[in-house]
Write a protein that binds this ligand. Sequence first.
Ligand code: 8OZ
Length: 456
Amino acid sequence: MGRDASRKRPDRAVTVPFGRHGTGWEVAYAALFLISNESSCVNAHTLFLMPATWPVSCAANLRQPNGSGIALPPAMHNSPLSFIDPDIPDMSQTKLFEPYKLGPITLPNRLVMAPLTRNRAVPPGMVPSPLAVDYYAQRASAGLLITEASQVSRQGQGYQDTPGIYSKEQVAGWRKVTDRVHEKGGRIFIQIWHVGRVSHDSLQPNGGKPVAPSAIRAKGKTFVNGTFTEISEPRALELSEIPGIIDDFKRGTENAIAAGFDGIEIHGANGYLLDQFAKDGTNKRTDAYGGSIENRAKLMLEVSKAVAAVAGPDRTGIRISPVTPANDVSDSNPQPLFDYIVDGLDALKLTYIHVIEGATGGPRDIAPFDYASLRKRFKQAYMANNGYDFDLANKVLDADAADLVAFGKPFISNPDLVERLQKGAPLNEWDKNTFYGGGAKGYTDYPTLGAAQAAE
Ligand code: 8OZ
């Protein structure tokens, strides 16, 4: 850490370490984190199925543009006066803080809050928690907020207490979120998903099997009924069921618009249904949705087309993860597959591709892949994600290799991440024990810089 950071920062991790004695599932998740090498750069997406050996990386250096810890001197903590300190880089001049025009929406900066699963929806209706209103509104200074993944149908749910976007009650719950975010001057997209095979019978309508392109069980666990459980054996979707899946995404989009969202992000990443169809490790179909690259990419592109037809392409983005091993997914030749997919997304004129570079929450270089090829093929915005720190984010923006950069965990613990980075101020550390499930603790109670200083 920088000079006085350890003394001055409102460091929650120091006061709320792994000593929680709860019996909730957040504790179980935390245990999994401990198994997974305590990697500070493992993000929310990875805990279930990722190897245990990834190196510690980005948490502490997110705000360190020059590789050394940057923290405000005491005088700046306490004084409204600003002065020039040669040791403190002027971070407000970096490209990360420049506005960006995303279709019809002007983003005041290039920092995007990544979709982050928080598992606090209210059962049985899977309605967004009233706390979600505060949680998202607190983070409204992000250039763009992307919500946690929200299932387009009951069949599309894979984990306990994730919110949906298929019922009137869910729309009403989300409407409260979007209204408050807009009142606070923010912009918010909803991420819509179908988990496919990454689910459990007990979450499925009538206790049926989760659906997949092919009946291949994912190695790994999901969290249901308060415990970690093996992912269930899936069944292959009938060809005749596929239009229904596309309709579910379409209805989710209509509902999202009714709920006041500024746009939609399709979850095409991390080994969920659309990624399962695209990749040949999970798709062994012999019909029009299997075999060739064109056939495997078909569902992702058809869903994209359907969503864009409802929301408008300039309000439709998609998240992809060409080489991630998340949720036991793999492809024997991802470059031509994703070159083809991105050509298709470009033809649909979607507003952004959100690309998880490398293994979700893990090594960026897990497999060779030419992301510049995707950047070249896609004329609208390129949103980069995975293991970015302040330095790398500015580097890729300066090199025009990306337009936007999505950050995950730092946004969990820093509602005012943008302001903190602009000021070179210390960051709160996150408490892994409260990532998944629970209430306000670790959700809406992380202090802003102003609140932390007032409390000092
Ligand atoms: C963490 C826990 C459960 C799901 C993803 C939506 O992997 C997720 C997710 C992340 O994209």
